[in-house]
Structures are given as C-alpha cells and as structure tokens.
Design a protein around this ligand. Structure first.
Ligand code: EPU
Length: 332
C-alpha cells in the first residue's frame, strides 16, 4: 500500500489502497463509484490530519494549466487547474501584473482546495477574487459549474464543506477575477503596513504586498517542509459580545475583531496561549512556539497523537473560557 507521508503537510505516515493521479477531467469519467465513501479526494494535503490508513483509492488532483480567459478594461478572468500549487499561481498572477492574490501569498495547498475552506489571510479571502469553478460530480457523473453564490462562502467554509456535499465534487478548474490596477492593494492588516513602512515603500504594488506577506508568514508560521503542520488547527471562535466582555473583565488585553452586531471574533491563538500551551512539547507533537494556533509534528508523530494534543488544547480552552474551538483542519 503506498504511503501518504509525502502527500500531507503534517508528514503523517499512513497508507492508501492506491493513489490515482488525475491529470484531466476525462480521467474521472472512468470511475463508477457508488458512494462518496468509496474514494478519497486529495489536493495539497495541507489542511488534513490523517489519523488512520485510507483503505480506499486516493484521487490526487494534478489538473494543471493557467490561462487568461477574458478581459475588460480593468479586470482579467483567469482559469486555473485545480491541481496547480496555490503559491505558484499567486506568483504567476504577479508576473502578469495582476492584483488580487497578493495577500494570500505562501498559503500551502492547491487551487482546487482553496474554495473548499475559502482560504483567507491578512484581510483577504478567496471569495473576494472568486468568479466560478467547475467540478466533476462523482455521484451523478456530470460536470457542474458553481458561481460565487452557489459556493455559499463563509469564514473558512463553503457549500463543499457541508456534510451532505463532502467528497462528492472533484474541483477541476477555478476561475478568478483579478484586477489590472497593480497598485490598488489592501494593506489594512497592521503587520503589512509596518513592513512597508520599514522598507520605505509609499505606493506599494501587489508584488510589494506579496513580499511583505511572505516575510510575515515566514517569521510566524513553520515551513511544512521543515516542520510538519497544517497552518491554523482551529478556527477563530465567534462569540456573543457578552461572553467577550466577561473574559475582558479578567483579561483586560484580550484581542478581538468585530464580526457583526453583537458578535466578535477572538483569536484562538490567544486563548490557547493563555492556557499555557504555546511552545509546549508533548512527545513528537505540541503547540508551535511562535503561534499557538498551530500544532506541529516534530518528526514521528502519528495522526492520533496530534489529534490527542488537539483535544487536550480544545478541552483546556473550554474549561478555562467556556469556548468551544472548532477544528479548521479536516480530521480523517
Ligand atoms: N495571538 C496570541 N498568541 C498566539 C497567536 C496569536 O496572542 O500564539 C493573538 C495576537 O493578539 C495576534 C492575534 O492573535 O495579534 C492574531 O494572530 P495572527 O495575526 O497570527 O492571526 P490568527 O488569527 O492566529 C488568522 C488565520 C491565519 C491567517 C492569519 C493572518 C484563522 C483560523 N487563521 O490567524 O490563517 O494567516 O489570520 O490573516 O482564521 C490558516 O487558516 O491556516 C491560517 C494560517
């Protein structure tokens, strides 16, 4: 049975019954699966914790291609194969002098996986640049196009994450709408502004912002090729203002972001740090020293050990703050 160690950024060593490389849509038409339980779709494996062997075929998205499909005076529509690497796509868009993806630089994973959890960072989410996607419905055996509305994007969520849709759609191509205004950028996130100021860049281009984001990520987030991880393990919880105020009475400096009337988001990394986990090592796993929201594999951790640590963190935050942290990573 082939190992999946090289196919998940946690670097967990489990196996699959086979790995089926999908390089074009017609490869998918050959399958006759009766249930979504009969196979497993894999993108970049960067948002995934494998706690057991996958005793079924793994369909690996290797559909490639990046092309401009349409243009207007101010905008350009680009269609990208679902198996393309996300960050290489960001760099390609910058080479075309197109803006829109710069804040999402250096996010591990593939283009096809990006809409599933509506990837986001530094003030931008995929939905801000998303136009449409095409997927192959492995149950109905047909090609389906999803508009932005169809995708029902939310904070690290979409239509594809709903239990009834999980695993059904193989995302073959994603179309993004990018901007020709290379110097119209979003620097609202404090750390980006700080770096641009330090480097004395007054009118940043999308490339400048991308370079700033790469610098921030490299300083805070572990490189999965050096230290196994899956980025943020949990979502930042959204809680009622009253709960937040209760915490604020005890912890004056609790950070927060307004979400909507009566609701605020609290950084899970902060909650986890208060519980004492930041930098704490448990055997081969633990919470990352520079960012408590990240769980790392120091080398030989099994998926179950990593999951056990996640549960430890989750119950401690629940006990201390009464807040339930939801996993951002898909646990298999
Ligand atoms: N914080 C701490 N201690 C920590 C970590 C964070 O106190 O150990 C507090 C600090 O107050 C900090 C705040 O949390 O100012 C926010 O931290 P950070 O800017 O690192 O962002 P985050 O909320 O922890 C989110 C995303 C990241 C994304 C960054 C930047 C989620 C679950 N995570 O993290 O996304 O890169 O914002 O926009 O929303 C990912 O999804 O895998 C991911 C890395």
């Amino acid at each position: 049975m082939p190992s999946l160690k090289a196919f998940n950024t946690f670097g967990v060593d489990v196996s699959a019954s086979s790995i089926e490389v999908i390089s074009k849509r017609s490869d998918l038409e050959l399958f006759n699966y009766e249930s979504v339980e009969d196979y497993f779709i894999l993108g970049g494996g960067s948002n995934l914790l494998l706690t057991k062997d996958i005793n079924k075929p793994v369909l690996k998205n290797e559909i490639k291609g990046k092309r401009i499909v349409q243009q207007s005076v101010a905008e350009v529509w680009v269609q990208i194969g679902g198996g393309e690497n996300w960050h290489e796509t960001v760099l390609w868009s910058l080479d075309q002098e197109l803006a829109g993806l710069e804040n999402l630089s250096l996010i591990p994973g593939t283009v096809g996986a990006a809409p599933i959890q509506n990837i986001g960072a530094y003030g931008v989410e995929l939905q801000d640049v998303f136009y449409q996607l095409t997927a192959y419905d492995l149950m109905q055996k047909e090609v389906v196009t999803f508009s932005k509305e169809d995708c029902q994007f939310g904070y690290r969520s979409s239509y594809f994450k709903r239990p009834e849709n999980k695993g059904r759609y193989f995302i073959t191509h994603v179309t993004l709408k990018l901007s020709k205004a290379f110097s119209t950028v979003n620097t609202s996130y404090g750390a980006i502004e700080n770096i641009l100021n330090e480097n004395q860049i007054d009118s940043p281009t999308a490339r400048d912002v991308s370079e700033a984001v790469v610098e921030i990520r490299q300083s805070k987030l572990p490189d999965p090729t050096e230290l196994g991880n899956s980025g943020s393990f949990f979502k930042n919880p959204i809680v009622a203002v009253e709960i937040f105020k209760g915490i604020q009475k005890i912890y004056e400096k609790v950070p927060s972001y307004p979400v909507s009337e009566g609701l605020v988001k609290i950084p899970a990394g902060w909650l986890i740090e208060q519980c004492g986990f930041k930098g704490k090592v448990y055997g081969e796993t633990g919470s990352y020293a520079k960012q408590a929201l990240i769980i790392v594999n120091y080398g030989k951790a099994t998926g179950s050990e990593i999951y056990e640590h996640a549960l430890r963190v989750q119950s401690s935050v629940k006990e201390t703050f009464g807040i339930q942290l939801d996993c951002e990573v898909n646990i298999i």
